[in-house]
Design a binder for this molecule. Sequence first.
Ligand code: SF4
Length: 334
Amino acid sequence: MKIGNNYFILFQNCIPTKGISRSIIADYQRGTHYFIPNGLYDLIGDFRLLTTNQIVEKYFDQGLTQEMFLEYLEYLEENELGHYTDTPDSFPLIEEVFETPSLIHDAIIEWSDYHKSHLSQLIKQINDVGCKFLEIRSFSGGYTSDFEEFVKLMRSTKIRGVVIYCNYIDNDLQDLENLVHEFQIITNLFLHSCNVDPITISAKPEIVITKTVLTNNNCCGYLGKEFNVNLPHYLESRNFNPCLNKKFSIDEKGMIKNCPSISANSMQTYIERSIIDQIKDASFQQIWKTTKDQIDVCMHCEFRYICGDCRSGVGISQKPRHCKYNPLIMSYEN
Ligand code: SF4
């Protein structure tokens, strides 16, 4: 195709994000992303409004030549990020809303004797808020029959997956493997604080023994260089905080929190006031609306809608403490 009285538009699932020094186009269908210069990002804003000819005319004074624009379009076409059309309105943009039917998507429980005395009550309340995924963290105890009792109670609930972290206590590995296979709802079992090198004894469900010592929630917040390039994550990140939205945690004393690293909102346990009542408070959900566009540094980062977030050890608008990426210089710092 040539530049003329036609339009060039990005595919609906290919969405650009501008950073301070460069931009990306994320292909949310194929789960990958491409870097583009900010100059091209600015042109993309006019793709649906102006023909390719009109774009060159408009930006000619700013140094855009036909050859340069054609090179940009060839790059986009070669990578299957966009296409020529005469009718851009026939390809409407994706509506950027994020809605799910349940009040809560996932929850983290810090395991303790307190919960062991209220297992049925706890499971009923977690089910009442529609929670689908649970993470159970035990910092000082091993895998015991208490977990099995808890997991058995989940059989008639909406919970679809459970990840368990607990101490390695010289368990019989074959027994563990048999148990995890019996309870299909357990997707991952991590046995931490072992004195041997990491061993994966089962891939699915995943059972991993690791030397990593977990004694508290400082384990939170390690955002790697792996990104979540998928449409639900993008839409959630555009509208909500991708780490805290539709999430709660319960500490060892039964207090309800937004996440393990954030202080309890009210000083009441789930026995004193139900999880659903505490979560429905506007003050509890306020933090769900803190998007990456409102967080220092992240707001200038081209990865902000494909990255996660973590509020562990930082204020509500501070960059996650373990992220080493500097969007200004476009590289990771030591
Ligand atoms: S600065 Fe770090 S945490 Fe923030 S969006 Fe970029 S990569 Fe993610």
